[in-house]
Design a protein around this ligand. Structure first.
Ligand code: 3PG
Length: 212
């Protein structure tokens, strides 16, 4: 997959909804009902972080949920990329971007949303052909004010910021021309998952969907 194809595919994912839920799944039994609850609320693009032992199996379980587009987050190594692809992930997200990680995604045909937070990192990815990037950790790296400023010299790069974003500050990001969507874990609180309160998660998803 070429960088242009990668960016086109990442763009499509980011255009599905204003918010991409960032999911940390501890219990495999939560995977399918969680995906169904989020899709029902209007959030089809789901990022399952590879931070728990069940993450890959969760991707497998969620890949079957109708209407969902399931990706793998926290990709750090080429091995992560291969495992995510094998589990059925249709896109990948990484906190930063290394040559080996990008190459693995291109070789495996897994569209990547690569992370960047400085002008040089953003330009380096752009030089390689990546026009859709993740901005992480967003709030800690200058937030919406930084993204607004970087949009003047580098308007051709569009972002999905994540990290510290909530229903309250999401509009600050979504009102900017260079923001496609935001990512966040607030739509899938641990307590709601633990108690199986899927209706509450659908409500949070619907609220997030209505942001745009
Ligand atoms: C992450 O990778 O943890 C995401 O950026 C989500 O951050 P949040 O929990 O602050 O929404």
């Amino acid at each position: 997959m070429t960088p242009a194809e990668q960016s086109a595919a990442a763009l499509k994912v980011c255009q599905l909804a204003p918010v991409v839920p960032v999911l940390v799944i501890d219990d495999l039994a939560h995977a399918a009902p969680l995906a169904k609850a989020l899709v029902a609320g209007g959030l089809p693009a789901l990022e399952v972080t590879l931070r728990t032992p069940v993450a890959l199996d969760a991707i497998r379980a969620m890949a079957d949920v109708e209407g969902g587009t399931v990706g793998a987050g926290t990709l750090l190594t080429p091995a992560d990329v291969k495992a995510a692809k094998r589990a059925g992930a249709t896109f990948g997200v990484s906190p930063g971007a290394t040559d080996s990680l990008i190459k693995a995604c291109e070789d495996e045909g897994l569209p990547l949303l690569p992370g960047a937070v400085t002008a040089t990192e953003i330009m380096t990815l752009l030089e390689r052909g990546y026009t859709v990037q993740k901005f992480f950790p967003a709030e800690q790296s200058g937030g919406a004010a930084f993204l607004k400023s970087i949009g003047s010299p580098i308007p051709q790069v569009k972002f999905c910021p994540t990290g510290g974003i909530s229903l309250k500050n999401a509009p600050d990001y979504l009102s900017l021309k260079n923001i496609l969507c935001v990512g966040g874990s607030w739509v899938a609180p641990k307590e709601a998952m633990a108690t199986g309160d899927w209706a509450a998660i659908t409500r949070l998803a619907a609220e997030a969907r209505a942001l745009r």
